[in-house]
Design a protein around this ligand. Sequence first.
Ligand SMILES: NC(=O)c1ccc[n+]([C@@H]2O[C@H](COP(=O)([O-])OP(=O)(O)OC[C@H]3O[C@@H](n4cnc5c(N)ncnc54)[C@H](OP(=O)(O)O)[C@@H]3O)[C@@H](O)[C@H]2O)c1
Length: 392
Amino acid sequence: MSRRRVVVLGATGSIGTQAIEVATAHPEAFEVVGLAAGRNVDTLAEQVEALGVRRVAVGDRDAAARLRAHAPHLEVIDGPEAAATLAASDADIVLNGITGAVGLAPTLAALEAGTPVALANKESLIVGGDLVVAAAERAGGRASHLLPVDSEHSALAQCLRSGRDSEVLRLVLTASGGPFRGRSRQQLSDVTAADALEHPTWSMGPVITVNSATLVNKGLELLEAHLLFDIDLDRLDVVVHPQSVVHSMVEFVDGSTIAQLSPPDMRLPIQLALAWPERLGHAFVRCDWTTASTLSFEPLDRATFPAVDLALEAGRRGGAHPAVYNAANEEAVSAFLAGRIAFLDITHVVAGTLEAFTATGPSAPRELDEVLAADRFAREHADALLHRSAAP
Ligand SMILES: NC(=O)c1ccc[n+]([C@@H]2O[C@H](COP(=O)([O-])OP(=O)(O)OC[C@H]3O[C@@H](n4cnc5c(N)ncnc54)[C@H](OP(=O)(O)O)[C@@H]3O)[C@@H](O)[C@H]2O)c1
């Protein structure tokens, strides 16, 4: 594999810092040429110095000004479009580790420039939907230009190498079940943000950690799998697997199931996405098959965690419904983290916003503006519902 020039978006976050660790471990394979962050310029300045990067993007203008003062020779792009501008610059691969729908524009910008995207920011695919898929096809193809970083989709991409598309019966995504696995709805009524942020197997940023507690994350991942692998929603399943060692499985038509296993560590899927389709000869962690261990599987409690079925319903309604599901959830999660609403209110707000959007009789968005209008509608409607849910 020739050496790849990598741009890391969301460099200061959980995925971004691990991506830098992967790139640094393989100087023969990767050179980091650009970094983007939101506002954490202290960490960004350390990364710039360690990697010798000369071009960065910072979303927050005041933070960008502080970075310029600290490093006058650095090229600093700033403002809301900064990450997208950096994503469109000359690179061999862009890793998108930004959180939230704000990651959409950089994903589209990289693809429009013909650059493959190692995609952790699942929201950009869900919000952008057909627009992102079409941009990937124009750039050279979905399988070569939208490279999954999510461990489940990385597992699916690896398992799919075992057979032809026509031999695939269904894709089965595993879910750890999050910190509240086994609890009833009544037991969830008074859980706090601190409880939701205690994930049993993964260490991640705050939004995806809360999304794992509500199972919204699994809903987003089903929609992501549907778009990445071009497979009907009714051929996607979820099974709860608390150890997070089996990352997902593909069931083939002859009854054979192929699974991918590794310890819960994002550096493997990040490394694979950056080097795809190659495997680099270096393991950060491995399964130890010489010691006793148990892998268990159980059905998803769909009544206690309705977020998965809500996502599937949003996917079936199609158009901008997945974007609305995501935007309403982003607003609700931020209110929950700020202590303004209860845990169970999150999915109530998402469900109510989806119903309100369906009632507007929307058509499928053909342009980015239409997607962004749906996103705005969802945030405004969710905010109104949040005010009603908020404790006095
Ligand atoms: N963490 C995981 O293990 C994991 C696993 C699978 C998928 N994912 C997905 O990966 C994405 C990132 O998750 P995370 O856990 O790494 O989140 P995180 O730790 O919260 O990091 C988010 C990153 O996005 C940056 N950012 C926010 N707004 C920005 C903007 N306008 N322009 C540029 N950068 C901006 C943040 O910068 P500042 O820090 O400077 O604000 C930070 O670097 C999410 O879509 C998540 O669902 C994560």
